[in-house]
Design a protein around this ligand. Sequence first.
Ligand code: SAM
Length: 216
Amino acid sequence: MHNNRISKLISILNKNYQEAWDTCCDHGKIGIEIFRKNRAKNIYFIDIVPSIIEKLRATLDYHFPNSTNKLNSQVLDASKIKVLNDGNIKLICICGVGGKETIEILKGIIENNDLSNVDFLLSPHYNLFEVRTYLIEEGFTSIDEQLIKDGKWFYEVLYVSKNGSNKICNVGSNLHSKSSEDYFKKVLNHYLLKSRYDDNYQHIYQAYLSKIFGQS
Ligand SMILES: C[S@@+](CC[C@H](N)C(=O)[O-])C[C@H]1O[C@@H](n2cnc3c(N)ncnc32)[C@H](O)[C@@H]1O
């Protein structure tokens, strides 16, 4: 399930890493795909649920018996990870959790780490506008971004770091096309409904409206 999404997710990466952190890893398929494609030499699988990590360890031992020293797993709140600043460029993945959870995890990581050599692969469910706004406020820049489709589901992917020069746009930069129309109509509708009950969503709705339909 979702293998198509995961291989598309990984295809956005434009370099190889010494280490990659698959946080909120669950089944671990993102880290496994990164390892299989030789995109990183060492993988750190992190999940907050002990039984998930226990199951994943058994899977990794079974499928990669000769690589156990390269495939590390730990029960931990992803916001608490500590990434060594040894000069090697690292990748941190936070995929498949809500936008608000993504922001909370990012807050912890930003507080605890020097991010000068770190790229992030983010694919939050929902609240992409809020995630992008947070990234802009924190001085992140875009390496690339994509809207991927797996079956009938769409997923936005943000590949960001603190080192680039491409600005992040809070409604996305190059994602709006004929093929993404259905997805952005749903996003627009979501913020329209929210803005009916809460004025704070009005500007988000307007931002999408003007990006998608050129209206304000
Ligand atoms: C839906 S799965 C996502 C799996 C995978 N990343 C993907 O995109 O397919 C969400 C996982 O995030 C984990 N999770 C949620 N909040 C977390 C946190 N703060 N720290 C670590 N793991 C967390 C859950 O236990 C669950 O296994």
